[in-house]
Design a protein. Structure first.
Length: 90
């Protein structure tokens, strides 16, 4: 029932000046602070996966570009030789 003095940037809930705390230069609530400081054993494999995402995106992009250029080259190779001479239109 006290007036709100700050809002937690993590959960976006308003808190009074007694319920909010400053941690590493930013205001946060006790619930979000304890969640940040909780053991990260379960988050470890997920965070490693997200660290590899740029590499996986790069490999996927290179593979997609290779397939596109390969198919384009195969299409160009199948154009008849008469087409280049201009005799196909006669």
């Amino acid at each position: 029932m006290r007036p709100a003095s700050a809002r937690c940037p993590s959960c976006s809930v308003f808190y009074c000046s007694e319920c909010i705390t400053e941690h590493e230069g930013r205001l946060t609530c006790a619930k979000c602070l304890s969640a940040e400081n909780a053991p990260t054993e379960s988050k470890g494999s997920i965070s490693r996966f997200f660290q590899l995402m740029p590499v996986l995106h790069l490999l996927l992009a290179v593979a997609a570009a290779w397939v596109i250029f390969y198919l384009l080259a195969q299409t160009i190779l199948e154009i008849p030789h008469d087409f280049h001479n201009g005799t196909i239109w006669e």
